[in-house]
Each structure stands twice: as structure tokens, then as C-alpha cells.
Design a binder for this molecule. Sequence first.
Ligand SMILES: *[C@@H]1O[C@H](CO)[C@@H](O)[C@H](O)[C@H]1NC(C)=O
Ligand SMILES: *[C@@H]1O[C@H](CO)[C@@H](O)[C@H](O)[C@H]1NC(C)=O
Ligand SMILES: *[C@@H]1O[C@H](CO)[C@@H](O)[C@H](O)[C@H]1NC(C)=O
Ligand SMILES: *[C@@H]1O[C@H](CO)[C@@H](O)[C@H](O)[C@H]1NC(C)=O
Ligand SMILES: *[C@@H]1O[C@H](CO)[C@@H](O)[C@H](O)[C@H]1NC(C)=O
Ligand SMILES: *[C@@H]1O[C@H](CO)[C@@H](O)[C@H](O)[C@H]1NC(C)=O
Ligand SMILES: *[C@@H]1O[C@H](CO)[C@@H](O)[C@H](O)[C@H]1NC(C)=O
Ligand SMILES: *[C@@H]1O[C@H](CO)[C@@H](O)[C@H](O)[C@H]1NC(C)=O
Ligand SMILES: *[C@@H]1O[C@H](CO)[C@@H](O)[C@H](O)[C@H]1NC(C)=O
Ligand SMILES: *[C@@H]1O[C@H](CO)[C@@H](O)[C@H](O)[C@H]1NC(C)=O
Ligand SMILES: *[C@@H]1O[C@H](CO)[C@@H](O)[C@H](O)[C@H]1NC(C)=O
Length: 756
Amino acid sequence: MWLRSSWGLSLLAVFLLLSLFTAHSARHSKASSPWLTYTGDVPIVAARGGFSGLFPDSSSSAYAFAYIAGSPDTVSWCDVRLTKDGVGICLPEIIMDNCTDITYAFPDGKSSYVVNGVPTTGWFSVDYTMKDLSQVFLKQEVQSRTDKFDGNFHILSVEDVETQVKPPSFWLNIQHDMFYKQHNLSMTNYLISLSKRVIIDYVSSPEVTFLRGIAPRFRKSKTQLVFRFLGQDIIEPSTNQTYGSLLKNLTFVKTFASGIIVPKEYIWPVTSDLYLQPHTSLVSDAHKAELKVFASGFANDVVLSYNYSYDPLAEVLSFVDNGDFSVDGVLTDFPITASEAIGCFSHTNKNTSVNAKPVVVSHNGASGVYPGCTDLAYQQAVADGADIIDCPVQVTQDGVLICMSSINLMDDTTVTKSPFNVRSSSIPEIQKGLGIYTFNLTWDEIQKNLKPAMSDPELEYVLVRNPRFTNAGNFMTLSDFLAFGKRNKALAGVLISIEHASFLAEKLNYSITDAVISALNQTDQEVLIQSSSSAVLTKMKQKTKCKLVYKVDESIGDADNSSITDIKHFADIVAVQKQSIYPQSLAFITRETGLVEKLQSARLSVHVYLLKNEFVSQAWDFFSDPSVEINNFVNGAGVDGLITDFPGTAVAYKKNTCAKLSDEDAPGYMRPVQVGGLLQLIDPQAQPPALAPMQVLDVSDVIEPPLPPASLIPLNSTVVQNAVAPTTQPSAGQRCSAVLSFLASMLMLIGYLVFV
Ligand SMILES: *[C@@H]1O[C@H](CO)[C@@H](O)[C@H](O)[C@H]1NC(C)=O
Ligand SMILES: *[C@@H]1O[C@H](CO)[C@@H](O)[C@H](O)[C@H]1NC(C)=O
Ligand SMILES: *[C@@H]1O[C@H](CO)[C@@H](O)[C@H](O)[C@H]1NC(C)=O
Ligand SMILES: *[C@@H]1O[C@H](CO)[C@@H](O)[C@H](O)[C@H]1NC(C)=O
Ligand SMILES: *[C@@H]1O[C@H](CO)[C@@H](O)[C@H](O)[C@H]1NC(C)=O
Ligand SMILES: *[C@@H]1O[C@H](CO)[C@@H](O)[C@H](O)[C@H]1NC(C)=O
Ligand SMILES: *[C@@H]1O[C@H](CO)[C@@H](O)[C@H](O)[C@H]1NC(C)=O
Ligand SMILES: *[C@@H]1O[C@H](CO)[C@@H](O)[C@H](O)[C@H]1NC(C)=O
Ligand SMILES: *[C@@H]1O[C@H](CO)[C@@H](O)[C@H](O)[C@H]1NC(C)=O
Ligand SMILES: *[C@@H]1O[C@H](CO)[C@@H](O)[C@H](O)[C@H]1NC(C)=O
Ligand SMILES: *[C@@H]1O[C@H](CO)[C@@H](O)[C@H](O)[C@H]1NC(C)=O
């Protein structure tokens, strides 16, 4: 209405109108922004010491790689320390012992000082001039990370980082102001003089007095001051209050800072056994107090809360895309993961139909989350959106087909702690040493006395899976599995994997193939049969219309043409190991083999196994990020399917909003890594050993004698009273139905007669 008088607007009114308009549009853009950050802007990614998950913290390569591999606007975070001559350098710790090789350069250089009230011994930067430090090299301080890049990088001054790396955005973290004062060095003077030469986007400090002191100087600048919270019980040295109590006084913090940075547990607390608790109200409280909130402590190669199932990208998402709030930025050692989460995995429409490729095939159900092949593992796989769930079929003593990841119950059940511990035997055809085999216990004995056991494949690195559920869930028979599959129409199919068939036929006179064929009438879903035995697949090809998956169970570098011709006789899909696509030496990828292309040009689909989320299972080249690994197998190697313990991670990958972009349009962090690229950055003397030539698959590896004839009679008919005589009745309309042969009918007849 007042707009009608706009002819008479004074300059003041124009100003007011403009400011109203901008205020309005700012609000509007916040309202229409999908981001629940303080401003509605995209959360920032700050790289702690650069890409310190890979290169030594604060090295030139770490800083450069952060925005080359991550998002181009990744913020470079530098922990500033002062030298004796007052030069600001970037170093992750105040003690230089572990992040540099100074103990070699200056063996007698150890000192003892009091730092924030704590007597501390080690090598301190205040004892050395910048010139002294030119003899010192950076090294990786986290022992679980590769040391192959150590010794290549000098310590950088803040200005070196600015001139050599030209970071798009700079964050200086300043601590121990009082300590430097005791050494007659002034952080404040340093910072103020630096700010005249270098654009500083953020300055953070955990010290109230320091920030309050510089606040007036920076009030008119674009530099944002951020108060850093340390552990809740740690005492802030200038106020003598704990950080936990300062957290209750955000209006006070607002008087000298425009944001806060908190350890991530302030926002998503975890229990002592590492499970997530409900999030706190910190982010919304701070936003109400007009403070931005940054979360720190993100790294891919640590034990995350078990709720994230070892997927570090899922963890970032819980801070930026949870429906309630978003932090304004994250501080991470692995900036690529946060960039992916923010750029491509946030605000996905859970309902969008996704590309058919790659097919996501579970491995023992979602065995990364629950004990393999249990009802829980299969329910989780379906909830995760797996395309195909799998049953490794085994037979019990009384002839019941069950889903069990291993024929040896010691691998996946509590049998060794049960009375059946005594039923062990040595069967060299199956494995070295003792085993307690599925065919030595009846189904009833298994169900009543054993519990499932979580597979913890990375136990040697002390990485366990979802420990609250170590023995949870119920075992499943093949019938239960097929019925479960049938109820879940979203599945593209089910996979039955058959191993040890010739052993069972030869030594126990039991035909597991015929038993599976007879069970197939229970489903009208697409069934895939997987085996590492060509004899099994050849038989299934003759008797069923199932899709057939040949599992190459050793790592190969190539397959000769005749072996491929042969495989085509009995398989549609070939499952190969990760190493057969990207061979590794000391976890560095050496090359890409070309096997995928070769198999595909023979019109065989290729599935890769076995994908796991635990960071120790991935090559360094993939940055301890399962999504980077998946992206390489899909967009780099071009596989058709992923076989995984963690279908949730693979399905989230398929739904990412950048998946449909062409290679040129995709952001850099979503392009496949350059295969073998890291190896080239390692010094010649430090190179990992050259790989022995890899095996080439040839016809002799593939061809097998046909399965010996065997019966359908349960292995120990004396224990079978109400024997479930397996049958081979085909039913009309099955997509993968048993093709009744004369032999099969005869077998059925014999089996029937025996049990009547
Ligand atoms: C340096 O590394 C050693 C060995 O891992 C560790 O015991 C020590 O606490 C580390 N020192 C610092 C200052 O991080
Ligand atoms: C700092 O300066 C004062 C006065 O000049 C001097 O007494 C003191 O020894 C100096 N301290 C250090 C650690 O250099
Ligand atoms: C903090 O506590 C210490 C020891 O109790 C005391 O010496 C110091 O003066 C206190 N500082 C402030 C700012 O209250
Ligand atoms: C907040 O901190 C200021 C400065 O230390 C103090 O004066 C004030 O009483 C505090 N307020 C509360 C509610 O604790
Ligand atoms: C984390 O997982 C545990 C165990 O499954 C569950 O009880 C808890 O609710 C989960 N936490 C969150 C925040 O979802
Ligand atoms: C997704 O599908 C469900 C069930 O069909 C529906 O209730 C929901 O509104 C859909 N969500 C979106 C974002 O389309
Ligand atoms: C397990 O079964 C195999 C095959 O029937 C048999 O040879 C072995 O003796 C059995 N072991 C035990 C402990 O029953
Ligand atoms: C499968 O075939 C057997 C034997 O003919 C029959 O008893 C059973 O009901 C069939 N099951 C289904 C689901 O058709
Ligand atoms: C194998 O097959 C490919 C494609 O058909 C062909 O180019 C190549 O020459 C063959 N190699 C040999 C050794 O026959
Ligand atoms: C296997 O079982 C069938 C059916 O009972 C029997 O006819 C045959 O002789 C058995 N074969 C061997 C090698 O024991
Ligand atoms: C068959 O079962 C009976 C009764 O449980 C048992 O005594 C016998 O050892 C079993 N035979 C084999 C070969 O497992």
C-alpha cells in the first residue's frame, strides 16, 4: 500500500526499501534453501592441515590435495605455532615430536615447559628459528595412516601456504596464546600484522581472552571469529570455567565471536560403547543465539559410532542433512568425504527410481550390520534397498537346506561354545584343520542350541561390527529365505550360492544341486545361482532357467580367450575379486587390469566382490571412503554389480544426485581417482614391492569333471523321521524354474520311495 506513494520516496525511503527488499530476499532465499544452516548457505568443508588423512598434516601436498580432490572451495585449516623468531608456522601439535622428524634433526633439542598449567616435555617450535626448521621434515603423525609420504615436505609458514598453495579460503586456529606470551611472543601482534598481507577467512581459538582481545580489530573485516570448544570437562584457561559450562552461556560467546566450533560429540553424543544417542539442541540453540556452528573431529579411519556402519559419509550426512538442522561446516581430515556428502548425497529423494546399474547384491544379507544370513541381516538388506539378496546354501544332517555363510559352523555360529563342540572332524577336501560342519548337526540341533555369530572380518585391526547384536537374529532355511524374498516385491531377485557340491556328492552321496532345483518351485522371483564350480553351473544350466553367476575365487590379472569362451557356456555373470580389477601392493593400487572390459566385450556381466565399509579393507587410493571405492568400480572400471556386506552404502551411492551427471559435469570429487596415481607420488626408494605377475585364468582353471551322480537322501537317514522328501515339481510361470529331466524325475522317484 505504501508503495503507491513511491513517487515521493526520499533517499532514506529508497534505502529502507532496498534494505527491506534485501532482507526479504535473504529470508526468502533461506526459506527456499534446502540447507538448515544459520544463513541457509551450503555448509563449508574445512580440511584440518589439508588432506591430512593421506599426506602429512600441514604439508603442501596435503593443502593442495584438499581442494583438488575435494571441493574447490575447501577451506584450508592451519594450526598456527610461533617460532623463536616470531614466524607463524602450520603444525598440528604444539609438541613437534610426532608430526615432524625433529628428534633426528636436533637430537638434544628437548625442553620442558608449562603449557596451560601442565608441565610438558618435548620439542617446541619456540626453541627454533625458521632457519633451524628448514632442516626438519613433516611426517604422518597418525600411525594407522601411510608413512610413504614422510620426509618429502618442509614445514610451511602461514605465508608459504598462502603463496605456494593459494588456498581458496584460509582458517587459522590459534591456541596457547599465554604460552607464547611467556616466551615473549605475541600471537595478537603476529595475527594483526599477518592480516594486512593475507586474507584470513576464519580465526578460531579456545581461549576467551585472546578472542576478546582481537575481536575489536576484526569487527569491520570479513574475518569470522570462531570460539573453539574443547572437551566438556577441560578448563578454559582465561575464565577458569569448563567448556561445558561456557556452552550454557552462548550469549556471552556471541559478544566476541560469530561462530563456535565444537567436537562432533557435542551435537551427536555417543554412549561409552559407541552408539549414538539422540542429538542435542546445540545447533538450534546456537543458531538462535546468532552463532554459526562448526563440528570438528571427522576422520574416515577411526571407529565411528556403530550406528553409521563404518560409513563416514553417513556420519557427515547426519550433521548436515537430518531434517532438524545443519551445521554450518565440518572440520575433517578427509575433505573429499564431506564434499561428497554435501554436494551429492544430501537432500536426495528417497523415492527416486535409480539406475538399474550397478546391481547391488548382498553378501550374507546385510552382514556388515547383523550376523550373516539371519532374518535380521536379510530384513536390513531389503530395508537398505538391495536389489538382490543372497543365500549361501548348506545342508544339515537331516537334509534341510539352510542359508549359512560357511559350511563350517565354527565360522558363523556359537557352535564351539555349545555341547556340539565335540562334533568336529578333519575334512581336508573342505579345509585344513578341524571343522564342525552343517551336515554333522540336524536342523533342530542347530536351531535349538546355536546362535548366529557376527562375522568380524577385520578383527585383527580390532574393528568389530555392531557389537550389541553379536549373536542376534534367527537362522533361516532356504524355504524361509525364498518365502521372505517372495514377500519383498521390490527385490529384483534372489541369489543362491552353491559350494562344495562335488564333495557332498562324492563323499556323502548327496546332491545339493538337485535339492536346490527341487526347492525352486517355492518362488516365482528371478533366481540367480552362483558357484565357483563350473560343474554346478553346467548342471543348473541344463536343468533350470536361472541366471548363472560364475565366481572366480582367486585373484587373476587376466583371462585367456578360450577360458572366456568356456565360461560363456555356463554363465551369464562373472564375479571377480577387487584385486582382479585393481591390483594392489601394500594397499596402493598399481594399475587397472582390463579384465572387466574383456569379460564385458564377451557379453558377460561383471560383479565385483567383496565390498566392505571398514577402512582397512580399502586401498589408500580410495581415502578410506567406501563411496569413493564404489564410485571407482562403477564409473572407473564399469562393473555391472557390487557384492557387499553393506548394501545400504551401495544403494545410497546409487541414489546420489550426481550419479546421473556425465563425467565432465560431475564435480571433481565424484570422478574416479586416477588409478595408480598415488604410487607415482611415492619416492623411488620408498616404493612398495613390485607385484608378482598375476595368474591368467585359463581353460584348465575353469573346466571340471561333471558332478558325480548322487541322491537326494538326507545325509544321515537314521536321524530322519519325518524326512522332508525334496521334490522337483515345476510350477508354471516360474522365471527360473526347474526343467524336469528324466534323471531328475527318477531321482525324485527314488527319493520318494525311500521315504515312504
Ligand atoms: C607421540 O607418539 C607416541 C607413540 O605413539 C605417543 O605415545 C605419544 O603420546 C605421542 N605424543 C604426542 C605429543 O602426541
Ligand atoms: C622475556 O622478556 C623479559 C624482559 O625482556 C625477559 O626478562 C625474559 O627473560 C624473556 N623471556 C624469555 C623466555 O625469553
Ligand atoms: C584461575 O584459577 C587459578 C588457580 O585456581 C588462579 O591462579 C587464577 O588467578 C584464576 N584465573 C582467573 C581468571 O580467575
Ligand atoms: C556469562 O558469562 C559472563 C562472562 O563470564 C558472566 O558475566 C555471566 O554471568 C554469564 N552468564 C551466565 C548465565 O552464566
Ligand atoms: C543407534 O543404534 C542403537 C542400536 O541399534 C539404537 O538403539 C539407537 O537408537 C541408535 N541411535 C540413533 C540416534 O538412531
Ligand atoms: C515417497 O513415497 C511415500 C510412499 O509412497 C510417500 O508417502 C512419500 O510422500 C514420498 N516422498 C516423496 C519425497 O516423494
Ligand atoms: C561329520 O560328517 C562326516 C560325513 O558324514 C563324517 O565323516 C564325520 O565323521 C562326521 N563327524 C562327526 C564328528 O560326526
Ligand atoms: C513344490 O513342489 C512340492 C512337490 O510337488 C509341493 O509339495 C509344494 O507344495 C510345492 N511348493 C510350491 C510353493 O509350489
Ligand atoms: C582374444 O579375443 C580378442 C577379442 O575377440 C582378440 O582381439 C584377441 O586377439 C584374442 N587374443 C588371442 C590371443 O587370441
Ligand atoms: C547313493 O544313494 C542312492 C540312493 O540311496 C543309492 O542308490 C546309491 O547306491 C548311493 N551311491 C553311493 C555311491 O553310495
Ligand atoms: C547318524 O545319526 C546317528 C543318530 O544321531 C548317529 O549316532 C550317527 O553317528 C550319525 N552318523 C553320522 C555319519 O553322522
